[in-house]
Design a protein around this ligand. Structure first.
Ligand SMILES: Nc1nc2c(ncn2[C@@H]2O[C@H](COP(=O)(O)OP(=O)(O)OP(=O)(O)O)[C@@H](O)[C@H]2O)c(=O)[nH]1
Ligand SMILES: [Mg+2]
Length: 374
């Protein structure tokens, strides 16, 4: 399945159905009175978080979603049917932004979460609604209210407990492959990984999800390399594992490059808990190892772990450190949705859309036995 983590879609909720002007006309019944029914409500556009999806690829092929118009009211006090809703199925971790791509409208983090993105218009009243003692034959009915239209952005931010960051070729994918069952592509050239991978890691009987993202390079915040958009996938992580390639020229400088990018990206990534590890130590001579460790320690202001995915040296320690950090770090707070948006669990699962009550006399549809019933 192809991976897509951002999509722009146009949505439109349904217009309300028009009310109807109608009078009861029947043999032997004088002054039958108004019996125009109300229009039905237009359909909503709803986003729903569903299981079994991990990409927004469906929205590459369809970007326009329109809910149905409510049915028009009809004579004999018949209300129009409510218009069908449109449900945008999105994977866990999808955020929905307004057209400016900055205003958060909803954040769907749990399976079953729903958010109404555009409400359908109400149906108009039929003429039966307007009858009164002084106006017993109203000839007016309301049109339905128009639906809303808007353009929104869907942005998938994967949900993982820990995230891997580092320069290209730092060994991130190799680390993920050696501690989980994930099979990311590994190769000896930069930007092997083009989109994030998740893996489930088991450490001392505890399981957590680790995310591997494409490598960052200097200037990624200005779009260099693959850019820094993929950092969105580690925004929700509780802890970052920062891998620094031991065979790089200067481990301290490599560390600082990534730190600068994390600061430039913002969204609290720079303040996130970080575990620093020097990778590929199997390929280093003892004196090189000592020098690189010292450089990294100076830059990170803490002693780094030393790991090798090939000899598995230091892997259990790294996993234990990650697990402890996950356990002791509070869950990342998610920015609350705009108050006007009703998100998630406040909504009952797919309530049937209520039809506006049918107002007016109930005199059946004229086929009662006596033909005189009012
Ligand atoms: N000797 C040695 N080589 C390693 C180790 N870990 C990774 N490598 C090699 O380093 C190269 C890059 O590894 P990747 O895991 O693809 O690196 P990455 O950080 O995911 O790179 P990008 O996806 O491009 O960002 C591969 O050729 C790996 O075989 C290690 O612990 N020891
Ligand atoms: Mg990789």
């Amino acid at each position: 399945m192809k991976f897509l983590d951002q999509a722009k879609v146009y949505i439109r909720s349904g217009n309300g159905g028009a009310g109807c002007v109608s009078f009861r006309r029947e043999k032997f019944i004088e002054f039958g009175g108004p019996d125009g029914g109300d229009g039905g409500r237009g359909g909503d556009v709803i986003a729903e978080c569903v299981e079994g999806l991990n990409t927004l690829i469906d929205y590459r092929y369809q970007q326009h979603f329109k809910a149905k118009t409510g049915g028009h009211g009809m004579g004999k006090n018949r209300s129009g049917a409510a218009g069908g809703d449109v449900i945008l199925k999105v994977p866990k971790g999808t955020q929905i932004f307004d057209e400016d791509n900055e205003t958060l409208l909803a954040d769907l983090t749990e399976i079953g979460d729903r958010a109404i993105l555009a409400k359908g218009g109400n149906g108009g009243f039929g003429n039966a609604h307007f009858k009164s003692a002084t106006n017993r034959a109203p000839r007016r009915a309301n049109p339905g209210l128009a639906g809303e239209e808007r353009t929104i952005w869907l942005r998938l931010k994967l949900i993982a407990d820990a995230g891997l960051v580092g320069l290209p070729n730092a060994g991130k994918s190799t680390f993920l492959a050696s501690v989980s069952a994930a099979k990311p592509k590994i190769a000896d050239y930069p930007f092997t990984t083009l989109h994030p991978h998740l893996g489930v890691v088991s450490a001392d009987g505890r399981e957590f999800v680790l995310a591997d993202i494409p490598g960052l390079i200097e200037g990624a915040h200005d779009g260099a390399g693959l850019g820094d958009r993929f950092l969105g996938h580690v925004e929700r992580c509780r802890v970052l594992l920062h891998l620094v390639d031991g065979t790089s020229e200067h481990a301290g400088r490599a560390y600082k490059t990534i730190r600068n990018e994390l600061v430039a990206y913002g969204h609290g990534l720079a303040d996130k808990r970080e575990i620093v590890a020097l990778s590929k130590v199997d390929a280093l001579m003892p004196e090189q190892l000592k020098e690189q460790t010292a450089r990294l320690k100076r830059a990170a202001k803490a002693a780094p772990l030393t790991i090798s995915a090939v000899t598995r040296q230091g892997l259990p320690q790294a996993l234990r450190a990650l697990r402890d950090a996950i356990d002791t770090t509070a869950e990342v707070e998610v920015v609350p949705a705009e108050p006007e948006m009703r998100t998630s669990r406040q909504l009952a699962p797919s309530p049937p859309s209520p039809t506006p009550p049918c107002v007016g006399e109930s005199h059946g549809d004229g086929i009662h036995g006596d033909g005189m019933k009012r």
